[in-house]
Design a protein around this ligand. Structure first.
Ligand SMILES: C[S@@+](CC[C@H](N)C(=O)[O-])C[C@H]1O[C@@H](n2cnc3c(N)ncnc32)[C@H](O)[C@@H]1O
Length: 286
């Protein structure tokens, strides 16, 4: 893999496990809701340290996590070993090109705030469809552009402090727009009536104040770290800090204000791959 891949560098920066630690309960709930069953072959794409892969394995699935960040793959394998899970393994890979995965391998491909961050979204949709077995499912969790809740706002605020992205850059947030999602899966050969949408919620649960939680993002979450670095250079770090303090404080729903509990809305996308699938099946194009 290209050592200067900026997508990989962004997520190896800092330590996403610090944030993932606040997402465990929602990860478990989600896996139950999407119907993971014993024996299912599940791919968690853009898995981080296994927020959804570990709970899937605990439910008896054969779970594979693939992530572009080597530090997170290592953390996932460590967590699986610590939990005594022999049916959960993590490996490095790129959602835009899953070259190490055979066609039609998985019953379920889930990607919760993962594949949305990969470049070349049309390739990502194609790869997810390719590695799903006929009759299987893909479930994506995608943040929604301009949504007023936490993560969409962090990414929006952060991007307003960053220099303009390179030409040809496609915002990850486009994965939160239903029409665009349908377009991407259609290009991968999926009929539009096989793509369904629902609004769902992830709750961030942190045992400290909203300011302390913000510090975790500032110190360990690649996109926020980059925003602070850019803001330092332009003399606007105080402004960025202020905007984010206001955001985190106002979104905190914990009754105990020494703690943080922040719900964030996302778009849950479910794709049903038809059982009698054949690649390039033109009947299923609009
Ligand atoms: C916001 S984190 C979410 C991690 C995990 N799904 C969770 O819910 O805790 C985004 C993840 O996507 C991964 N990622 C970003 N681009 C990727 C790519 N091209 N291929 C695979 N994973 C990628 C990052 O390394 C990171 O682990």
């Amino acid at each position: 893999m290209n050592p200067t891949n900026p997508n990989k560098a962004l997520w190896e920066k800092g330590d996403f496990t610090r944030l993932a630690a606040t997402m465990r309960e929602s990860g478990e709930t989600l896996v139950q809701r999407i119907g993971v069953k014993p024996g299912m072959k599940v791919l968690d794409l853009g898995c981080g340290d296994g927020t959804t892969a570990l709970p899937a394995a605990k439910l008896g699935a054969e779970a594979t996590g693939i992530d572009i960040a080597s530090n997170l793959v290592e953390a996932g394998n460590r967590r699986a070993a610590e939990a005594g899970l022999t049916n959960c393994q993590f490996q490095e890979g790129d959602a835009s090109n899953l070259e190490q995965v055979d066609d039609e391998t998985f019953d379920l491909v889930d990607s919760i705030f993962g594949a949305m961050f990969a470049p070349r979204p049309f390739d990502v949709a194609k790869e997810m469809v390719r590695v799903t077995r006929p009759g299987g499912r893909i479930v994506m969790g995608n943040w929604i552009p301009n949504d007023p809740t936490l993560v969409a706002q962090i990414l929006k605020i952060s991007s307003s402090y960053l220099p303009p992205p390179p030409e040809g850059f496609v915002s990850p947030m486009i994965w939160g727009i239903e029409d665009k999602v349908v377009e991407r899966f259609m290009a991968a050969g999926v009929a539009p009536d096989r793509v369904a949408f629902a609004r769902d919620t992830f709750v961030f649960d942190y045992p400290g104040t909203p300011s302390a939680f913000l510090a975790e993002f500032k110190n360990y979450y690649g996109p926020t770290m980059n925003a602070f670095e850019a803001a330092e250079k332009s003399g606007r770090a105080g402004e960025l800090q202020g905007e984010l303090e206001e955001l985190f404080g106002s979104q905190n729903r914990s009754a105990d204000k020494r703690k943080t509990m922040i719900p964030a809305t996302f778009l849950r996308v479910t794709v049903e791959k038809k059982a009698e699938w054949s690649e390039g099946d033109e009947r299923h194009r609009r």
